[in-house]
Design a protein around this ligand. Structure first.
Ligand SMILES: C[S@@+](CC[C@H](N)C(=O)[O-])C[C@H]1O[C@@H](n2cnc3c(N)ncnc32)[C@H](O)[C@@H]1O
Length: 283
């Protein structure tokens, strides 16, 4: 017999997952949530979801339990060169602006962040574009950082091997340039691009992550705020603001905007893309 997630248990999980990770599991997702929790409840031999809740909240090894659960609760859908309109603006306008600014400041290092990077499709795409722009040859360096909440997806990102699903928007010449064929099904990113990208764990609604990396020139944070409620979005956006250099650029997913949260970020529009900038009094 299927063990039900009661209304009360659902509310406990909904509140905890929202506050801790920004993950929203409203009433319409009660059955999905139940099915994601059930395997671990059964494995631990617990009699109810309430017991699982207290286990996750108070057990001394709760951090490991969360790491085990999170991959079942997040949506990791991504692919290379997603939302090409934004990437065109990055390549045609923003890279050269950032390079001019960096040249004036004496820093010969471009820093790009992919926040909620999933299996690495986005940060590796950004590294390839920076590489192919030709604007940052040695002694310049390009450092791309990918952060995500899900420890398992970060392991996949580090492994850097992908199947056809990830290439739905990748043209063949680009694939040939930056990937090596591993076997019938998988392609692996070439070392020159892999070396530009590092991955780390971060929970976007807990701004402590912003103190662990240097300020970034460009941030892509796409297709994650869409899952957050208003308060989590506000916290995440505050963190993204802090993580940017003054004058730095932020891209969100096409279904996301900052209209619901207070922010000092300023929107700019181009054909096919909207992005945000942290104000910079020096222009
Ligand atoms: C749909 S993917 C987006 C991937 C990529 N940015 C893109 O647009 O293709 C959403 C990612 O957000 C991550 N995520 C969810 N909540 C998060 C949080 N609180 N902090 C950091 N990452 C989170 C998930 O683990 C997942 O990998």
């Amino acid at each position: 017999m299927t063990l039900q997630l009661s209304e009360r248990e659902h509310r406990l999980f909904e509140e905890w997952l929202g506050e801790e990770f920004g993950l929203r599991f409203g009433p319409e997702k009660r059955e999905i949530l139940r099915s994601r929790l059930e395997p671990r409840r059964a494995e631990l031999g617990l009699d109810s979801f309430e017991e699982l809740y207290f286990h996750l909240k108070f057990h001394p090894a709760r951090q490991e339990e969360w790491d085990r659960l999170i991959p079942h609760l997040t949506n990791n859908e991504s692919y290379f060169f997603r939302e090409v309109g934004q990437l065109d603006v990055l390549s045609s306008e923003i890279f050269s602006n950032v390079r001019d600014r960096l040249e004036k400041s004496g820093r010969r290092e471009l820093r790009i962040l992919s926040a909620a990077c999933a299996a690495g499709e986005e940060p590796y795409s950004l590294a390839m574009l920076a590489h192919d722009s030709g604007l940052f040859p040695a002694p310049w360096s390009v450092r791309v950082t990918g952060v995500d909440l899900d420890p398992q997806i970060l392991d996949r990102a580090r492994a850097a091997a992908y199947t056809s699903n990830a290439f739905r928007r990748t043209d063949e010449s680009l694939k040939a340039r930056h990937f090596d064929r591993v076997d019938e099904e998988r392609w692996k990113i070439k070392p020159a691009i892999r070396e530009m990208v590092a991955f780390r764990r971060a929970n976007l609604i807990n701004e402590s992550w912003t103190r662990e990396i240097p300020a970034q020139d460009v941030i892509f944070c796409r297709n994650v705020l869409i899952y957050f409620g208003e308060e989590s979005t506000r916290k995440a956006v505050e963190g993204l603001y802090r993580a940017l250099v003054p004058g730095g650029y932020l891209f969100l997913g096409h279904a996301e905007s900052l209209s619901r949260v207070p922010t000092r970020l300023e929107a700019e529009r181009r054909p096919g893309a909207i992005f945000y900038r942290r104000p910079d009094r020096n222009g």
